[in-house]
Design a protein around this ligand. Sequence first.
Ligand code: SIN
Ligand code: FE2
Length: 216
Amino acid sequence: MTADLFDSIAERPAQEAIADGAVILRGFAHAVGSELIPALREIVAQAPFRRMFTPGGYQMSVAMTNCGPVGWVTDRSGYRYDGIDPESGKPWPAMPPSFLRLAREAAAEGGFDDFAPDACLVNRYEPGTKLSLHQDRDETDFAAPIVSVSLGLPAIFLFGGPKRSDKPARHRLTHGDVVVWGGPSRLFFHGVAPLADGEHAVLGRQRINLTFRKAR
Ligand code: SIN
Ligand code: FE2
């Protein structure tokens, strides 16, 4: 963890613009990292990770859960936001104050004031898993940005353009990096390349991503 932090300070600028309206905030979550992990463990105890099915019937390799008023779910009937965890029949765990604060501060740093996310999707990537190029467009209001927090093993984040065929740039994201995109790039295609194997000092053999969105 210390090595990652040192990396981000010594070799990379703290803010990298990757498109119009899109920025990587290197190490932005380090300040609150120690609060995030225990809160994450509590969420997962209440709403365990599960591998959902796409409307086309494929099981996703990335395991997911949610916290906040609504959670993103996919099954044979489609993609949607739902206030109830279909596995438990209960509301999703509440969004911890430390999550909300981080999301709001990162959004503001990225140029989007007053971000009020009502959904936090938690993705778990194990070595070899990936997320295909997609747009985040199940939300009702595209004025709000997306805030994406990387924890654990490093990943290659693919960030393309408005068309699926736009060749994505590859950005390496490490523990504590936060990506914010909105405005002109709110609907840009993005994804995650197959995760390389490794062992992270805090989270072990996995990468966790928190995606904050204003869904409703
Ligand atoms: C997502 O697009 O939902 C997640 C992106 C990431 O894991 O970095
Ligand atoms: Fe996404």
